[in-house]
Design a protein around this ligand. Structure first.
Ligand SMILES: [Zn+2]
Length: 202
């Protein structure tokens, strides 16, 4: 009996410690900027990010490109915007390119390429969505077993802006999004990260 009580007390102590730890964690995150920058950006351009972006709709439902473009547009503000050329599945070497292809572990990944001097100049952004995933290609809520395309695209364009993954949940730039959930609007931390690169709104 005594042993049992001590065990329960010990367990309660553990629970209390964990709870306090959680409170601290939440306060720490809400009171400080968390965004992380990639090692490159587009600030060297006169009109940053006003470059050709091409979406390939091959193998996906009509309207997919629209969902992707609407997600990109949420990053737009006075200092830059994403500009899209006509949809095509024949990218040239200078185009930003967004496409679906089967295979791989992650639902999506974005490759940013740096070139030029100084070395922090981004020159290309290539976005690949995993065609093997069960995507929600609509703006309805995702089913429990679906990846939400609008949310994932918004996150991937954050990499094109020049922001890195974050190890916590909350901002769009969080490193993972659970199946069946959505995160389709920029959060204060995402906006702070973008503005830290390109300047405040005006
Ligand atoms: Zn990411």
């Amino acid at each position: 009996m005594e042993h049992t009580l001590r065990s329960i007390a010990a367990a309660m102590g553990l629970v209390r410690k964990v709870a306090i730890g959680c409170v601290c964690w939440i306060i720490c995150i809400s009171s400080a900027s968390a965004y992380k920058r990639l090692a490159g950006d587009w600030t060297y351009q006169a009109s940053p990010l006003e470059s050709h972006i091409v979406v390939c709709e091959k193998g996906v439902p009509p309207g997919t490109a629209t969902i992707i473009k609407e997600a990109a547009a949420k990053w737009n503000y006075a200092r830059f915007k994403f500009v899209f050329d006509a949809d095509s599945c024949e990218p040239d070497s200078t185009a930003f390119y967004v496409y679906f292809e089967p295979g791989g572990r992650d639902p999506a990944y974005t490759t940013t390429i740096k070139s030029g001097t100084p070395e922090n100049q981004l020159s290309m952004c290539k976005m690949r969505f995993n065609a093997d995933r069960n995507w929600n290609f609509s703006l309805n809520d995702p089913q429990p077993n679906q990846n939400d395309l609008a949310s994932v695209a918004l996150h991937e364009f954050g990499h094109c802006v020049g922001l890195d993954d974050l190890p916590m949940s909350g901002p769009v730039m969080q490193g993972e999004l659970l199946l069946g959930t959505k995160l389709r609007e920029l959060q204060a931390d995402d906006i702070a990260g973008r503005n830290a690169i390109y300047g405040p709104e005006f």
